[in-house]
Design a protein around this ligand. Structure first.
Ligand SMILES: Cc1ncc(COP(=O)(O)O)c(C=O)c1O
Length: 358
């Protein structure tokens, strides 16, 4: 089968699997299961008049508000059309140079690097080693790289690389003119792990953010990038004018200001994750050591039957995310979103059925 690049496409998957009539719950997209904050729809509707004129090309008001919240200078932040644009801008900044990508990782780093003719070296981590960084290998490789792309917390496992290791890489990178581009698209789910404070210490750090995941707004397209002023200035030059639409830029600071929404999500998620972990332990499934709203799953008793498990889940109305296009996994695991309590319970019932079947 021609597996799609990204999750969150239930209609396409149903078509590919010749089951257009089947009702499925989409566990393949990694968005906040609680949905957007309640006030957002009204705010977007109230902002519609902003669509009648061009947005400020510098998004000065939103930029300043976000910079204040991140406790950095206005010149150190750039609003982007989703995290995806931030990834492509970062790759463009290193056009034609040498990049390392720590895998398994979001597939767009590689696509962006190839698009801008970077010479790419793959660095693999594995579920057997809990996705720990091969620090010796990495420290040895840094002199031969201009930039290292890392996803933290990582997609697809939800694992967070220890801050100490990131600091070690940044420190060595500083001496060898190697940058670290760290995608923090999911850091809102573990806010204590944000690396923003390190920006002051390390001019070779570029942080990428997405508001898509925490706020469940994939259609709005909203993200930002944080780095030293000189880097941000150059990125601005690469950006398409008015790349971020007026509605997105207007609600960006309001979203980040709503601390109770994200705090509630984090609390709720912790509870759900514990239940899933207990189930996995009691029923002999591997569940990655996740800190976010998705995880990797494998049947410990039948590691080679992940595709059969995917099909079983699908036939029972659960769409999981395949991992064929994640280097280092190549389909060995499934990625599943944490959804509502009721939907998670449904998933566990079906996994129990699978367990009893074999
Ligand atoms: C790790 C990671 N970074 C960035 C993105 C892109 O996010 P956005 O929708 O904000 O472009 C995704 C989307 O799946 C992702 O998983």
């Amino acid at each position: 089968m021609n597996w799609p690049e990204h999750g969150g496409q239930p209609d396409l998957m149903k078509k590919l699997l010749h089951a257009e009539e089947l009702e499925v719950l989409d566990f393949s997209a990694n968005l906040n299961p609680l949905g957007p904050p309640e006030w957002l729809q009204g705010e977007l509707e109230a902002q519609w008049k902003n669509l009648l004129s061009y947005p400020d090309p510098n998004y000065s008001i939103s930029n300043s508000a976000l910079a204040r919240m991140e406790k950095i200078r206005d010149e150190e932040i750039l609003l982007t059309n989703g995290g995806a644009e931030a990834i492509f801008l970062a790759a463009k900044y290193f056009e034609g140079k040498r990049a390392g990508i720590v895998h398994p990782a979001f597939s767009e780093y590689e696509r962006a690097c190839r698009h801008y003719h970077l010479k790419v070296t793959d660095i693999l981590t594995s579920p057997e080693e809990d996705f720990r960084l091969p620090m010796n290998q990495l420290l040895e490789s840094l002199p031969n790289l201009d930039v290292l792309f890392l996803c933290r917390p990582n997609n697809p496992a939800g694992v967070v690389i220890p801050k100490g290791e990131i600091k070690m890489l940044l420190e060595q990178g500083l001496h060898q003119q190697t940058f670290l581009v760290i995608d923090e698209a999911f850091v809102d789910f573990v806010p204590s792990e944000s690396l923003t404070p390190l920006l002051q210490e390390y001019p070779n750090l570029i942080l990428l953010r997405s508001l898509t995941k925490m706020y469940t707004i994939p259609g709005l397209r909203l993200g930002y990038m944080m780095a030293r002023e000189a880097v941000i200035n150059e990125m601005k030059n690469f950006q398409v004018p008015w790349s971020v639409n007026a509605l997105a830029s207007a609600v960006a600071p309001l979203l980040l200001r709503d601390k109770s929404y994200s705090a509630h999500t984090v609390c709720w998620l912790e509870e759900q994750t514990k239940k899933l972990q207990t189930f996995a332990q009691n029923n002999d499934f591997y569940l990655s050591n996740t800190s976010v709203n998705f995880y990797l799953l494998q049947d410990n008793r039948q590691r080679e039957r992940t595709e059969a498990l995917f099909t079983f889940l699908f036939q029972h109305g659960i769409l999981a995310r395949h991992t064929y296009n994640f280097k280092g996994l190549e389909g060995s695991h499934l990625r599943l979103a944490i959804r509502s309590e009721e939907e998670n319970a449904k998933l566990l019932t079906i996994l129990k059925k699978w367990r009893e079947k074999v």
